[in-house]
Design a protein around this ligand. Sequence first.
Ligand code: SAM
Ligand code: SF4
Length: 324
Amino acid sequence: MIAQAKSQLVSSSLLDDHGRIMRKLRVSLTDACNFRCFYCMEENPVFTSPSKLLSPLEIENICRELISMGLEEIRITGGEPTLRPEFLEIVERLSALPVKTLAVTTNGHYLEKLLPQLKGTNLSKINISVDSLDEGRFHTITRGGDLRKVMSALFRARDMGFEAKVNAIIFRGINDDEVVEFARFSAKEKIEVRFLEYMKIGPGINDFETRFVPAREIRSKLQEALGMLTAVSMPHDSTAKVYATSEGGRIGIIASESEPFCGDCSRLRLSATGMLRPCIMMNTGLSLRGVASEDYPAIVSKIVALKPEGRLPEIAQGMYQIGG
Ligand code: SAM
Ligand code: SF4
């Protein structure tokens, strides 16, 4: 009933045959990155030439069309979105659109100096990837990242009133001994930590069997050390199951592999070159570059119809190419 009522408010192009209504858009600004996280990309990746990327105006126009059809939330991502010289301009342009939520996922390296200007926009949520609280490990995982710089940006974002969260993928034998430490960090710093299951995406296909840690194991580690986890109610299309810990931490668990949430998926993805894609696990899409307003419903319908009903097994492209 609720889905039916809602569907009357959005373009039918955003409703698929399985009753899923598209609500969220991931917008990749670039596939380039200043880090080389071992699980995301190879050491010497070839990035798309900047001349082929959507311009700020193209991004604004595409997003305006999709918002007018009913999309409510935009998360800017990449690659590393802050590497775009026009990053602030793009946020400002998107901020002027009638979008309910504007968010970014970033590695945080170049974030701190951007925060004062971001504060003047409607961007409210900032997720920063921090896979280890140990400087040496962080440097190894990211192949060169500086944890102190990232943490400084994280704390500043929180202190300035952004909804700042940490994304941490848990890997067997690399950082699975940090789960409880992350939860204590969450309680101490009042920052939600989201544990991501390692996905069979890009390099993840090669070492998945040895490195994958299922959500149930993460929950057990937390319960053993901290006692009961209290579930927090979330929207039906949330990818995370969220828990409060006894010490006051807030933990999200995104179990993409062991407890997939495809049945409630409400996401579309726009690549850095303008390809609208139906699913993180599909290297299929249609370009929205230069498309006239009246042609959007037909193109978007086609993409939405391609959304798989259930979880596809793997994808060779790295997350930086898909727009994570
Ligand atoms: N560069 C930014 C960052 O790292 O936050 C944004 C792009 S990055 C591709 C977005 C998210 O994808 C990060 O939180 C990263 O940890 C996650 N990611 C990349 N490869 C992944 C994989 N194979 N499985 C699960 N998450 C992955
Ligand atoms: Fe870059 Fe983000 Fe991929 Fe790490 S996860 S290599 S920071 S795009």
